[in-house]
Design a protein around this ligand. Structure first.
Ligand code: MG
Length: 326
């Protein structure tokens, strides 16, 4: 018995498709992809991308170029706390212009070759796994591998609505169009993840945090996340927003800088000088009547200590301001 897995198509499922993607800088995740993937990983699913890349057979990109694009995809997901277990691609196409790739392949979807290979290499349980993609060939590949299937139809394809609009159509109600064979049809990957999480029979739900009327989390000190399948659309958007804020905070906190270190050190010196000055004051007060040189020296020392504390405090503040502006 292997692990359960969600297979994802790449173009128009997890990243935008500008035609044939050949430039790593053009890699752009679709909205909510990281949220969906994190939710599924939390449920114990492996995350595997399976993508037809006939651009290689057509001579538009090399396999090395493709690797760079996939490195960038991994990097962007990694920044958002998602780690893919594998990316499989099929570079072949029977009409290809590059001889070594110009052939049919069992890996080319709708053939299930990539999924079957992944199952073997990663020890996956295909009957507990899902295939998610935007095209009928993704659905067919998933079915031929023995997985359940979800077709993601982005709103831009049909009614031009909001890409994050939530509507899920069990296939029995989906009409007789080409996507009728998918187990579910959804508008985006977050909805796909919700369906999968919900359909996992008997799986313990993630601890549910309640949302009050104002939409803020009412959970205690420990932040809790709603299970994806119980979240409304606005909650999903809030979740994405709060995740982005968390990311920024984490980035800021881990942003070690020399100026911050200097600020901390100078601040400590300022405190030491201040304490030393303050502690010495009662001694001078006790000797108030005396006009000896020793007392006068003590008085000067206290003034110097307090003045030094003030100057160090200003320097520390300056360093803090510099470190914040980086
Ligand atoms: Mg696609």
């Amino acid at each position: 018995m292997g692990d359960k897995c969600v297979f994802f198509d790449r173009d128009r499922t997890i990243i935008e498709d500008p035609g044939y993607l050949t430039d790593p800088e053009a890699v752009k995740l679709m909205p909510g992809v990281d949220l969906a993937m994190r939710g599924l990983a939390d449920e114990g699913f492996k995350l595997v991308v399976v993508t037809n890349q006939s651009a290689v057979a057509r001579g538009m990109i090399t396999e090395e170029g493709l690797e760079k694009i996939h490195d960038e995809l991994r990097r962007q997901l990694g920044e958002r706390g998602v780690e893919l277990d594998a990316i499989y691609y099929c570079p072949y196409h029977p009409d290809g212009t590059v001889e070594e790739y110009a052939r049919e392949s069992v890996d080319r979807k709708p053939q299930p070759g990539m999924l079957l290979r992944a199952a073997k290499e990663l020890t996956l349980d295909l009957t507990a796994s899902w295939m998610v993609g935007d095209s009928p060939r993704d659905v067919e590949a998933g079915q031929r591998a023995g997985c359940r299937t979800i077709r993601v139809r982005s709103a831009t394809e049909d009614d031009g609505g909001d890409a994050l609009a939530s509507r899920e159509t069990p296939h029995l109600e989906a009409g007789a169009d080409e996507d009728a064979q998918a187990d579910f049809t959804v508008r985006n990957l977050v909805d796909a993840a919700r369906v999968i999480v919900r359909e996992v029979a008997g799986a313990p739900a993630v601890a549910a945090g309640e949302f009050d009327a104002a939409g803020t989390k009412t959970a205690g000190a420990q932040p809790v996340r709603q299970p994806l399948d119980k979240m409304s659309n606005s909650q999903v958007l809030r979740e994405i927003a709060s995740h982005l804020r968390e990311q920024e905070l984490i980035d800021e906190e881990s942003d070690f800088s020399i100026s911050r270190l200097a600020a901390t050190l100078v601040q400590m010196l300022a405190i030491v000088a201040l304490i030393w000055g303050l502690v010495s004051i009662p001694g001078i007060m006790a000797d108030e009547s005396g006009l000896s040189v020793a007392v006068e020296n003590k008085r000067i020392a206290v003034h110097v200590a307090l003045l030094t504390a003030g100057v160090l405090q200003l320097v520390a503040l300056t360093f803090f301001v510099i470190s914040r502006r980086r």
